[in-house]
Design a protein around this ligand. Structure first.
Ligand SMILES: Cc1cc2nc3c(=O)[nH]c(=O)nc-3n(C[C@H](O)[C@H](O)[C@H](O)COP(=O)(O)O)c2cc1C
Length: 379
C-alpha cells in the first residue's frame, strides 16, 4: 500500500489484513444495508459555503465533550469484538485516543476487559453498557466500570433485539473463529493477524468471560450472550442505572425527537443521535438526516452528539454545523486498527483532524465556536 492519505486507504488495507469474518463484521449493515449506506451518502449531499479573504491564521479544532477538553469534537465509538480486528485492539485504540486527546469508549462486548484498559492505558475512559437480562451481572459491570476509573457511562438503547447482518450469519462469526476449513484457508492469508493473536491471551469477551456463573467455555458464552439482550428495557430502567452509577450518563441510539425529550427527562448528560451505524433498523433515516430535528427539540437542554457514516473531518464539520457538539467514529477507527494497529488509529485521527482544520479554514473560521448552520448551503 502506498502512502495513506484518507480513511478509505485504511479501509482497503484493513480488508487485506483482517480475516474476512471480522472485516465483514465491521464493514456491514443490517438487511439491505440501506441505512448503512445512507449514513455516508447523506453527508455527501450537504454542501459547504466556501468563503474567501477571511483571516484564517492560527486555527484550533479544540472542543469539549461532557466538559472534557479534547483535541477535536470526536470520540471513539464503542464497538464489539474490537480485539478481533487486531490483537489487543481495545488497548491499542484506547492508547491512541488518549495520546491524541480524544475520548475512548469501551464496549460491553469488547475482547479486552475493563480491567485490561485500566491497567494498560493511563487516564480515564468511557464505558458503554448494554442492559442485559441478568441485572445482577449489569450491576457488577457498573461497579467494575467505576472501579476501573471510567468517567462516563454510555447506555446503548437501540439493541434490545438484534438486526440481522447476512454476512455475519454466512461467515459463522465467532470469537475466536471456529477452526473450519474455510476459516483456516482465510487465516492462512493473514499471517500478521495470526501472529498477533497467538501472542495475546485476549481472545474472547473479556468483560463477560469469568464473570458469569455457568459460562466456562466458548459454547456456553455464546448461548448466554445470545439470550441476554433484554426486550423489556424501558425508560424506568434508566433511573436505577443512573442511581447505581452515580456519574455522567450518555444515552446512545436516539433517532426521534420525542425520544430525545425522554432522554432529557431521564436526566442524561448527553445523547447520541445514532442508528448503530446502520446495523439495527434498516429503513431508519441516516443519523445526519435525523440530527437537525433533535437539535431543534432538545439542543439547548442537553449535549447532542451523533454517529454514523463519519469518515472525514468534513463530515465532523457538517455535523457540528448542524448542532452536534461531538461525533463518535466507529468504522473510521476500526479500519485504522485493522490496517496498522495503534499507529493506524492515530493515523485515522490525524486524517480527520487535518481535514476538519482545513475545511474550517475554507469556510472562513478559525475556531469551532463561531461555526453554525450558516457555513452550509441552504438547499
Ligand atoms: C463492528 C461494530 C461493532 C459495534 N459494536 C457496538 C457495541 O458493542 N455497542 C454499541 O453501543 N455500539 C456498537 N456499534 C455501533 C457504534 O458504536 C457506532 O454507533 C457506529 O459504528 C457509528 O457508525 P460508523 O461506524 O459509521 O462510524 C458497533 C459498530 C460496529 C461497526
Amino acid at each position: 500500500m502506498s502512502v495513506i492519505t484518507n480513511i478509505e486507504d485504511l479501509r482497503l488495507l484493513a480488508k487485506r489484513r483482517v480475516p474476512r469474518m471480522f472485516y465483514d463484521y465491521a464493514d456491514s449493515g443490517s438487511w439491505t444495508e440501506g441505512t448503512y449506506r445512507a449514513n455516508e451518502e447523506d453527508f455527501k449531499r450537504i454542501l459547504f459555503r466556501q468563503r474567501v479573504a477571511v483571516n484564517i491564521d492560527r486555527r484550533s479544532t479544540a472542543a469539549t465533550m461532557l466538559g472534557e477538553k479534547i483535541a477535536m469534537p470526536v470520540a471513539i465509538a464503542p464497538t464489539g469484538m474490537t480485539g478481533m480486528q487486531h490483537a489487543d485492539g481495545e488497548i491499542l485504540a484506547a492508547r491512541a485516543a488518549q495520546k491524541f486527546g480524544v475520548p475512548f469508549t469501551l464496549s460491553t462486548m469488547s475482547i479486552c476487559s475493563l480491567e485490561d484498559i485500566a491497567r494498560y492505558v493511563p487516564g480515564p475512559f468511557w464505558f458503554q453498557l448494554y442492559v442485559l437480562r441478568d441485572r445482577v451481572f449489569v450491576e457488577r459491570l457498573i461497579d467494575r466500570a467505576r472501579a476501573a476509573g471510567c468517567s462516563a457511562l454510555m447506555l446503548t438503547l437501540d439493541l434490545q433485539v438484534l438486526g440481522q447482518r447476512h454476512r455475519d450469519i454466512k461467515n459463522g462469526l465467532s470469537a475466536p473463529p471456529k477452526p473450519t476449513l474455510a476459516n483456516l484457508i482465510n487465516l492462512a492469508t493473514k499471517p500478521r493477524w495470526c501472529v498477533g493473536m497467538l501472542g495475546t491471551p485476549r481472545r474472547h469477551f473479556g468483560n463477560i468471560f469469568g464473570h458469569v456463573d455457568g459460562v466456562k467455555d466458548m459454547t456456553s458464552l455464546g448461548s448466554w450472550t445470545a439470550q441476554q439482550f433484554d426486550p423489556t428495557l424501558n425508560w424506568t430502567d434508566i433511573e436505577w442505572i443512573k442511581k447505581r452509577w452515580g456519574g455522567k450518563i450518555i444515552l446512545k441510539g436516539i433517532l426521534d425527537a420525542e425520544d430525545a425529550q425522554f432522554a432529557v427527562d431521564a436526566g442524561a448528560d448527553a445523547l447520541v443521535v445514532s442508528n448503530h451505524g446502520g446495523r439495527q433498523l434498516d429503513g431508519a433515516p441516516s443519523a445526519i438526516a435525523a440530527l437537525p430535528a433533535i437539535v431543534d427539540a432538545v439542543g439547548s437542554k442537553i449535549e447532542v452528539w451523533m454517529d454514523g457514516g463519519v469518515r472525514s473531518g468534513q463530515d465532523v464539520l457538517k455535523a457540528w454545523a448542524l448542532g452536534a457538539k461531538g461525533c463518535l467514529i466507529g468504522r473510521a477507527f476500526l479500519y485504522g486498527l485493522g490496517a496498522m494497529g495503534e499507529a493506524g488509529v492515530t493515523r485515522a485521527l490525524e486524517i480527520i483532524r487535518n481535514e476538519l482544520d482545513l475545511s474550517m479554514a475554507f469556510c472562513g473560521h478559525r475556531s469551532l465556536d463561531t461555526v453554525d448552520r450558516r457555513i452550509l448551503l441552504e438547499r
